[in-house]
Design a protein. Structure first.
Length: 188
């Protein structure tokens, strides 16, 4: 599909003013971090993290207040790194209710017209149960769950194989060294 240069120029001024990941994942009890990159023109502006289906009606969770220091609201923090034109959002001690649609946003001065908006990028957060490895013996009456089976596999079998190897090594035929042993002469 071909775009006219005029249409492309209409898109460029605001298309890449704010970028970030489309989705992030974390595990329950863990934390996750989201990096959002903005244009140099937005260096002194407030950055914020909000939650909701639409960016125009999302609920603000935490915001930077235009400074390069960490701001916190409960388990969520935000920090602007103005020299790098990025800000990060950290969500800690994740739970299943934290999954959903969030937005990285930059607060602009609103002029009441149809063209004014806060640059935003949607970030979908997924939260998964942590990886838990467990071993469970369900039937102690089965051969695999019995103490005798474990003793057989880890102690008796290696000892038996070791003894068999020793017997075979000792009883192997001796090779001659390649020289014939001299026989005593009978004619002497």
């Amino acid at each position: 599909m071909w775009l006219s240069p005029a249409l492309l120029l209409l898109c460029l001024p605001g298309c890449l003013s704010l970028t970030g990941p489309s989705s992030v994942m974390g595990t329950m009890g863990g934390s996750l971090r989201v990096w959002c990159q903005y244009e140099k023109a937005y260096k002194g502006y407030n950055k914020y993290w909000c939650r909701g289906k639409y960016d125009t009606s999302c609920d603000i969770i935490v915001e930077t207040k235009g400074e390069e220091k960490e701001e916190r609201n409960g388990r969520v923090s935000i920090r602007d790194y103005a020299d790098d034109f990025t800000f990060t959002v950290t969500m800690e001690n994740l739970n299943a209710n934290d999954a959903g649609s969030y937005w990285c946003k930059i607060q602009r001065v609103w002029i009441l017209d149809a063209l004014s908006y806060d640059p935003s990028v949607q970030v979908n957060v997924s939260v998964f149960p942590g990886l838990v490895v467990t071993f469970e013996v369900t039937d102690l009456g089965s051969p695999l769950g019995s103490a005798h089976f474990l003793l057989l596999v880890f102690l008796k079998l290696p000892l038996l194989l070791g003894m068999l190897g020793a017997v075979l090594w000792v009883s192997r035929p001796q090779r001659s060294s390649g020289r014939r042993q001299s026989q005593p002469h009978e004619n002497q």
